[in-house]
Design a protein around this ligand. Structure first.
Ligand code: DGL
Length: 353
């Protein structure tokens, strides 16, 4: 073969190979909402800092290795500490997630978020995301300026999961400290520990070691593409649901106050198996009569709150939260109340989601 032909063939092969390699790099959008992962302190050892001080571009630039695993772009959805997370940001985030995932140009989404309410936002997205494509959330316990900041590796692993076809169909996932959790199960268990998240009895969905993912299981409950819940384009707010924490000598006053102040639903973070004092229980009966939906959950953060154990839910008209803790039960009740106030139907949601 003439030398010029050989050169042309080699050149064409190189262009083709380059184009294929480029086309095969998964496209991941990072949606940033703030939190410690975007936090900044004055000193690397300063325990005090400001959440959400750093923008998404700075977070991406801090991890140049992302280029090797995905074609990454970033958008700023909010810049808040997640203690300030609210319905408005949830709705904005959910709508953007669904919009992006509907596009053939997006393979997965990574979301940065404060750790305080990550368990709630992830469960909210798990219920309203209309796609099997990966949606993976992460945060960090140390600010971006800290000595030994945990954010950059968490972002790297989070993007590696969002880019992994094996993450599809596993619902919304949370990556923290190498562990991959299901949004249904993940709970923050410690104020400062970098391994602050646990999935309790259901266990991890997988692990990620410097972007190499190992998968253990698929979440058992209904989620994402199969979920019956959705957010209307013009949805501006969600029904108000309050959580009331039970304790020894609990008075009924806060239950009555929640109903009086407009709560459409109340979740009791009950003692043990969703229990509360007799006066509190009597007040629950009264607000149920007024049309407020009351869900009994447990402040223990473990096990299942079942129907009719020490409380007669059938008589009282209450709902048992099953395996959802109070924070997650609140999310499901907000979405359930968009569809119905029938306690039996809502119990069916709690059994399945
Ligand atoms: N204020 C908290 C938040 O944004 C800080 C905790 C964190 O992000 O790790 O959720």
């Amino acid at each position: 073969m003439k030398r010029t032909y050989r050169c042309a063939i080699l050149l064409a092969a190189a262009v083709l190979f380059g184009a294929t390699a480029y086309a095969e790099k998964p496209k991941v959008v990072i949606l940033a909402t703030g939190g410690t992962i975007a936090g900044a302190a004055l000193e690397p050892t300063d325990p005090g800092y400001k959440s959400g001080a750093v923008g998404v571009d700075v977070l991406i630039d801090a991890v140049p290795q992302l280029e090797e695993i995905a074609d990454v772009s970033g958008e700023q959805i909010a810049s808040i500490g997640s203690q300030d997370m609210n319905d408005e940001v949830w709705l904005k985030l959910a709508k953007r997630v669904n919009q992006l995932l509907a596009s053939d140009d997006v393979d997965g989404i990574a979301i940065t978020h404060g750790t305080d309410t990550l368990e709630e936002t992830s469960y909210f997205l798990q219920l309203v995301t209309k796609s099997d494509k990966p949606v993976v959330m992460t945060g960090s316990m140390r600010p971006s300026t800290a000595m030994s900041a945990d954010g950059p590796l968490n972002i790297y692993n989070c993007v590696a999961i969002a880019a992994d076809p094996a993450a599809r169909g596993r619902g919304v996932l949370v990556l923290i400290d190498d562990d991959i959790h299901s949004a249904h199960d993940v709970v923050k268990r410690h104020t400062t520990d970098v391994a602050t998240f646990t999935s309790g009895e259901p266990g991890l969905v997988g692990v990620s070691l410097f972007g190499e993912n190992t998968w253990y299981r698929a979440p058992a409950k209904v989620h994402t593409a199969k979920s019956e819940f959705s957010i209307a384009a013009d949805q501006k707010v969600l029904p108000r649901v309050d959580i009331i924490y039970a304790h020894a000598n609990m008075s009924p006053d806060l239950i009555a106050a929640a109903a009086k102040n407009g709560a459409k639903g109340i979740v009791i973070a009950g003692v043990g198996d969703g229990n509360m004092t007799a006066p509190a229980l009597a007040e629950v009966g009264r607000v149920v009569e007024q049309g407020v939906v009351v869900v009994r959950s447990s402040r223990t953060n473990g096990g299942i709150t079942r129907r009719n154990i020490e409380v007669n839910d059938d008589e009282l008209g209450t709902v048992a939260s099953m395996d959802l803790n109070p924070a997650k039960a609140r999310v499901l009740l907000q979405l359930a109340l968009l569809k119905t106030t029938d306690a039996k139907k809502i119990q069916d949601y709690f059994n399945r989601y």
